[in-house]
Design a protein around this ligand. Sequence first.
Ligand SMILES: *Cc1c(COP(=O)(O)O)cnc(C)c1O
Length: 225
Amino acid sequence: MSIAENINEVRQHINGYCRACNRDPSGVLLLAVSKTKPPADIAAAYHAGLRHFGENYCQEALIKQQALGAYNITWHFIGPIQSNKTKLIAQHFNWVHSVDSVKIAKRLHEQRPDNLPPLNICVQINISNESSKSGITLAELPELCAAISEFPRLALRGVMAIPEPQTDFALQRQPYRAIVQAVKAIQRPELTTFSFGMSGDLEAAIAEGATLVRIGTALFGRRKT
Ligand SMILES: *Cc1c(COP(=O)(O)O)cnc(C)c1O
């Protein structure tokens, strides 16, 4: 299947899952995760209508951004953030989904160029409490949000999570539900982006309120590494 056909199919799935839980499909943004994929694949997805692309590795993303300079793409950084990469991320992305410390937020704020709009930020939650994964606990959410909201070069937009893979639908939904409840509880109306769901748990994420789904494999095929 071509990338355009894959996009069509993923959109049909998103629309169907939305209908099943009485949600408006226009409330779910499809972010195409293009890590490891060449600029030609991004161009194909762009010509099929996608405008939002997600990358995990800074150097790799910059090369593609250069190749695709003529395209009107909104770039999302979704990978783990090393301190020495914050400057390039602040300069070259529109969104960052993986902020998990005040230190990283402060660097992004200080390094965001003045001529660009504030950098859109999602806080990453480590909901399965996996020590190897990035992200904060839900208990840490109020404090990190408060800190980010003090940085004028950043725009706090929402939360992101990558739960432990589960095959059971109810178990897939659980972590997303816990996050949505915690976000409601802290009463920050600016937290409107729920970056939930990948190729394997799209339906559960939408059922629990995802407003942005990060899809790689189902659009571009398997990654080699
Ligand atoms: C790779 C990746 C995705 C996409 O995963 P697929 O299973 O290929 O859809 C989504 N989010 C993050 C943070 C990723 O690193």
